[in-house]
Ligand binder design. Sequence first.
Ligand code: BGC
Length: 271
Amino acid sequence: MTILLGIDIGGSGIKGAPVNTATGELAGERHRIATPAGARPEDVQLVVAELVEHFGLKGPVGVTFPGIVQGGVTLSAANVDAGWVGLDADRLFTQATGHEVHLVNDADAAGLAEAKFGAGKDVAGVVMVLTFGTGIGSALIHDGKLVPNTELGHLWLREKHAETWASDRARERDDLNWKQWAKRANKYLQHLELLFSPDLFIIGGGLSRKADKWLPHIELSRSKLVPAALENEAGIVGAAMVAAAKETYAESKPARKSGKGALALPSSKKK
Ligand code: BGC
C-alpha cells in the first residue's frame, strides 16, 4: 500500500491529503490553505511547501495545476497569474519542498481519479471527464490511459469560447437558471459527442453535487453522461496517482522551456 501526498491547486484554495493510491481513498484528513491573492508562483510554492511539511509524508508528491503541463513545465495560464507561463514549476516545487514533485493538469488529475476509482470505474472505451468551474477542464481517457492536456474548455463553438460561455462561472456571471445554463452545456456536450464519441461523459466541478437540477435538461444521442463521484477529492487523488505511477502521464520534457514554447490561450477572466 502506497500512501502519497496529493495537492490540488485551485483558484480559492490549495488542498492536500494523503492518498492510498491503491484504492483511491484518502488516508487522512484534508488540509486546505487559501490560495494567495494573485496566485503567483513565488507565493504558491510557499503554500505547497507548507502543505508538504504539514503532512510530513515520505516520497514523491503529486500537484495539480489549472493549465497545460508538459514535462513539468506550465505552459498556459487562462485563469491564473501569467508568471506561470513557461515556468518549470515541477522544478520550482521540487526545490521548495525537497521532495520529488510531479505536476499534472487539474482536469487530467480529476479524470484519472474518476476513471479509475470514481464514476468511470470499470468502464471500457473512451471516457471524457469535464470539470465545470471557473473554467472548463477536460480529460480524455481511453481504456484507462490518459491523453494529457486536451484543453477542450478552449474549444470555439461558432463565435463562442466554450469556457467563457458555458462554465459555472459563466452561469453565475450571466445569472442563468439551471435550465438556461444546461442549454449552453448541452450545445457544448453535443459538439464534443460529435467530435469524440465518448462512451461516457463524467461531469465534475462543484455542480456535480447539483446534478438533479441540470441533468434532466441534457440530451445526448449516443454518449452516456453521469455526474462525478469523487467530487472535490478527485484532483487530490489523481495528483497522488500521477506521483505513484508516472507512466500514466507523458513524461517527455518539451524541447523548449522557460518562456519559449508558451501557448496563448484565451483568458476567460477578461471576457
Ligand atoms: C485551463 C485548463 C484547466 C481548466 C480547469 C482552463 O482554463 O486552460 O488547463 O484544466 O481551466 O481549471
